[in-house]
Design a protein around this ligand. Structure first.
Ligand SMILES: *Cc1c(COP(=O)(O)O)cnc(C)c1O
Length: 371
């Protein structure tokens, strides 16, 4: 056993990211161009042209440090979400926001509440500051806000809620979240992680950014990684009242969002056509995938995100086995055994032809798994 570092750091099980295309090509002797990756909930259209253009212009200034205050990006976000610019914290991806919140509001020995099957980073962010993670049991595959409220202990300082949740795709309606916020003890900060908000149908959308006016302990977290197609650049942001925002900005690295990311995010933020194209593709892809699951008689969790959680077998080896059979055919999806869901796989919604490749490979994989 290593002598280095605190126990709580040695206890951390590293995050398992989606396999990169290059790695699968090497491991299975496949041509990179033939591989389909539906494993990290990325935007299948890639970077919007508007962002590409903005980055090309910003590249000329890469010899200089980025704007540490993110003035222009915050101004654009303030306008878009109708909040003052000093209510915004920028993050190196929203993952950074989740960690900044843990560092700013929780000390070693205190506790953090999140749901069973919630986004894996919550447990890691809590562990990273030596906090105790309290897992509230899920209802179905989604958050049970009553159970989460009941799980809050006197030393709890932070609650993470993913809406929609990854990897299950479940969604909590506005009224339930507001009811939760109105009952949470005042000293507990709530991070509402809305990484997939842009994929919600208009009828499910609500102005969570405006709730921040009413709840001084609320942090709304968003990202440019999913619907905006900028996952590789790493840019996300938080909206919260100035007292909370000020504390987060003390923890934040001064240059945590690079200049290309700032420029690209500003351009993507107002690229309505790109968002609409993505939402449309997602709607159709969801129908395409779930129709195939219905036909194959596979159970899936109805999803509000750009991915679907599907059950590929009854035994605890099913997810890993079908995943391997898919990899051999050059299709990368995400096993979720680490979430306590070893019979399931999470499939990101891709372009129609990518979804079709996956469905064909899945048919083969299920046949192979039966042999
Ligand atoms: C992808 C994801 C994020 C963070 O993504 P970033 O790339 O770090 O912005 C946050 N929360 C959930 C639930 C996600 O699925």
């Amino acid at each position: 056993m290593s002598q280095f570092g605190p126990d709580y750091v040695r206890a951390i099980a590293p995050y398992q990211a989606g396999k990169p295309i290059s790695e699968v090509a090497r491991e299975f002797g496949l041509d990179e161009a033939s591989i389909v990756k539906l494993a990290s909930n990325e935007n299948p259209f890639g970077v919007p042209d508007s962002a590409r253009k903005a980055m090309a212009e910003a590249a000329a200034e890469l010899g200089r440090y980025p704007d540490a205050s993110g003035f222009e990006l915050k101004a654009a976000l303030a306008k878009r979400y109708d909040v003052p610019a000093d209510w915004i914290t920028l993050g190196n991806g929203s993952n950074d926001i989740l960690e900044i919140a843990a560092h700013a509001f929780v000390q070693t020995g205190q506790s953090v509440v999140f749901s069973q099957y919630a986004f894996a980073i919550y447990a890691l962010a809590a562990q990273g500051v030596g906090a105790r993670g309290i897992v509230a049991p899920a209802k179905g595959y989604g958050h049970d806000l009553d159970a989460m409220l009941a799980a809050i202990e006197p030393d709890t300082r932070l609650v993470y809620i993913a809406n929609p949740n990854n990897p299950t795709g479940t969604f909590i309606p506005a009224a339930e979240i507001e009811a939760f916020l109105s009952r949470v003890p005042a000293g507990v900060v709530v991070v509402l992680d809305e990484a997939y908000n842009e994929y919600l149908e208009p009828k499910d959308q609500f102005e969570s950014a405006q709730w921040v006016r009413k709840y001084p302990n609320l942090i709304v977290s968003r990202t440019f990684s999913k619907a905006y197609g900028l996952a590789g650049l790493r840019v996300g942001f938080a909206i919260a009242q100035p007292v909370v925002t000020d504390l987060m900005n003390r923890i934040r690295q001064p240059f945590n969002v690079n200049s290309l990311a700032q420029a690209a995010a500003i351009a993507a933020l107002t690229d309505k056509a790109f968002l609409e194209k993505g939402a449309q593709n997602n709607r159709e892809g969801y129908r395409q995938l779930t129709a195939a699951f219905d036909e194959l008689k596979l159970e899936y969790v109805p999803s509000y995100g750009n991915f679907v959680l599907v059950k590929v077998g009854e035994d605890d080896g099913a997810g890993a086995r079908v995943n391997l059979a898919l990899l051999k055919q050059g299709v990368i999806v995400r096993p979720v055994g680490a979430y306590g869901l070893p019979q399931w796989l999470r499939i990101s919604i891709g372009l129609p032809e990518e979804n079709a490749r996956f469905v064909d490979a899945l048919r083969e994989a299920l046949k192979a798994a039966l042999r």
